[in-house]
Design a protein around this ligand. Sequence first.
Ligand SMILES: *Cc1c(COP(=O)(O)O)cnc(C)c1O
Length: 426
Amino acid sequence: MAYGFDTLQVHAGARPDPATGARQTPIYQTTAYVFRDADHAAALFNLQEVGYIYSRLTNPTVAVLQERLAALEGGAGAVCCSSGHAAQIMALFPLMAPGRNIVASTRLYGGTVTQFSQTIKRFGWSATFVDFDDVEAVAAAIDDDTRAIFCESIANPGGYITDLDAISEVANKAGLPLIVDNTSATPYLCRPIEHGATLVVHSTTKYLTGNGTVTGGAVIDSGNFDWSASGKFPSLSEPEPAYHGLKFHETFGPLAYTFHGIAIGLRDLGMTMNPQAAHYTLMGIETLSLRMERHVENAKKVSQWLEKHDKIDAVTYAGLESSPYHDRVARICPKGAGGLFTIALKGGYEACVKFVDSLELFSHVANLGDTRSLVIHSASTTHRQLSPEQQKAAGAAPNVVRISIGIEDADDLIADLDQALEKAHG
Ligand SMILES: *Cc1c(COP(=O)(O)O)cnc(C)c1O
């Protein structure tokens, strides 16, 4: 029988500990695992048997989280990583090679724009940034060296919703995998695989853990992509010299990408999630749907109040009827538009700085998706490295403040915003 989301968020991947009966998943704080004998060790190292060797590759606590995330996203398998940014590199690694490129949305988390426009060049990879509302421009940006399309479901920082159905059609036609960063939506609000995504990446640092305790990331594979069809993905379709010529796709079928992520990606890049982090994230995920419902309810109330305020020029929340993205909510994220949006303040940069300094309940931090309400002035912080054009395209112009609405009493949040707006313009 197929369980519902709320059941899966508590149970998927977990069972009472076989050694002790412990009901909660233990933190397996160990680096290595004893082999039954030399034959067992050889079979594990040859990938002929699945099991635990060394915690850079696999760990039982992390494995529970991987199974849970795969279940919640409706994927075949998942690989957890040390951060969201690590997950992005891990997601691209099996697909890319020097000279290859990705086509990416201009509306991305600021750190991702930097990673894709600067750092990946050191690997000989590159990114072409396009406005993903212009579907024809996305198609036109694809060339023979393109190996993936990348976007966010609910895009940071503005809370804009990407038309995943339209973008996945473009990716499909080009025979390319669509990678969706589902951090801001979580699988409770949006299930990208149902809209044609091949891979889903997460910063588990945010809503999945939910309380600002640990960094982490994950790559979830739909298991739906034919890695052998085009000859463009030799890491998955061709013989792998490090495993005696094993072909991942031929051998592991829909789990090829996940096995590659562990057996090659984690083994050689080492961007591994530790079992403590997995534990905190598992604790968080147990209440994901409850928290997301409150985040959405509060974001609606607060954004409606802000929209009417005379010191505010604009509120980007897609849950507002005035948003150009409002039409996409029912189709792409039917349980709500999330808890993240931006506001444009009258008075520009100066007013924004005064505003964030005057808030008492909201914290000014470089994080989002916490139970606590958070703000950040993106132009002076997360999006600081970007050019003015990039800032504007990303929804992080100097007069813009990003708001991550927590699960507190909405009235208290409104009162705090009210007094800070007063001070910012006083
Ligand atoms: C935070 C974030 C990331 C990066 O994740 P880290 O865990 O901070 O490395 C990537 N994408 C989005 C949408 C994010 O919010």
